[in-house]
Write a protein of this length. Structure first.
Ligand SMILES: C[S@@+](CC[C@H](N)C(=O)[O-])C[C@H]1O[C@@H](n2cnc3c(N)ncnc32)[C@H](O)[C@@H]1O
Length: 273
């Protein structure tokens, strides 16, 4: 019996929200871990706009990663998403997937049909220095690394975000990249908390309260945080990528794409040190 922390359960939340766009993962999870899925799925509203937001995040992250490339894709807080291994597969890159132990135990089984010798799974806490040592050991010397994360940084206060960012900086030395949509703005949290679509109170408070002190006041504030650590930072607002999104999402209306895009921002951070 796998016991998940509330933070790990957020990965089930996004996997359930993605059930329309990633039915394979959802159905494997439902078969392998029916109790866990029911526990989360029964407590969320399945509004299309949030699912569309998740889709938009992944489309834009994927585009950004494919543009910069890399020999090794490191996905931090991979949860139950196939994003990192999908781009790794397209780029023929090695992939290293990192998350907390309970969720990695689930991932190991749920994704067994797409495991390959190019994909490594690593259990650990991104706040633990030992984990970073294992990540560095798993990356071949001289390899160009592209780190990806989606929905991870919001859980951490600024000092912990800084710790993680410094570790990513060390890992991406030699022209590596860090692509992330983790621009949690205070304005966005206000909207999220006035529209709680998660009825499980522990899960809701992990998702919302966990982030309330940890958000950026503005996009400029977010850019200067990462630039202050040495990265060259480029921020793409999804609303500026609407022409590309409309092409990717031909069955969605312009209005829905616009609404789902409003809080999606993609950071491309380059380490040219
Ligand atoms: C909202 S989920 C996102 C998962 C996945 N990226 C997605 O988009 O579906 C957040 C993920 O971050 C992971 N996480 C949170 N704190 C972590 C930590 N300290 N170390 C490693 N992973 C962590 C959780 O276990 C969870 O899988």
């Amino acid at each position: 019996m796998i016991k998940l922390s509330a933070v790990e359960k957020t990965a089930l939340l996004t996997a359930c929200k993605r059930r329309e766009i990633d039915p394979t993962t959802y159905s494997r999870l439902s078969q392998l871990f029916p109790d866990l899925i029911v526990e989360v799925d029964d407590h969320i509203e399945h509004d299309d706009i949030y699912s569309l937001e998740l889709q938009i995040r992944q489309i834009l992250i994927e585009e950004a990663v494919l543009k910069v490339g890399g020999d090794v894709i490191v996905e931090l807080g991979c949860g139950l998403s196939s994003l990192g291994r999908d781009v790794g597969n397209t780029l023929d890159a090695d992939v290293l997937e990192v998350d907390l132990p309970g969720i990695m135990e689930i991932r190991e089984r749920a994704f067994s049909h797409t495991h390959s010798d190019k994909i490594k799974l690593l259990s650990g806490d991104v706040l633990n220095g030992q984990l970073w040592k294992s990540v560095r050991e798993a990356v071949p010397k001289g390899a160009r690394v592209c780190v990806v994360c989606e929905g991870l940084l919001r859980y951490f206060p600024m000092n912990e975000k800084r710790f993680i960012a410094e570790k990513v900086f060390d890992l991406t030395l030699a022209d590596g990249f860090w692509i992330s949509c983790d621009v949690t703005l205070t304005e966005m949290l206000k909207v999220e908390s006035s529209n709680p679509d998660i009825r499980d109170r522990e899960l809701a408070s992990t998702v919302l309260a966990g982030a309330s002190n940890n958000s950026f006041a503005s996009k400029a504030d977010c850019i200067s945080f990462f630039a202050g650590l040495g990265f060259s930072v480029d921020l793409l607002s999804a609303v500026d990528a609407l022409p590309s999104l409309l092409k990717h999402l031909p069955r969605c209306s312009y209005e829905d794409i616009l609404e789902a895009s409003r809080f999606v921002n993609i950071l491309t951070m380059t380490n040219s040190q």
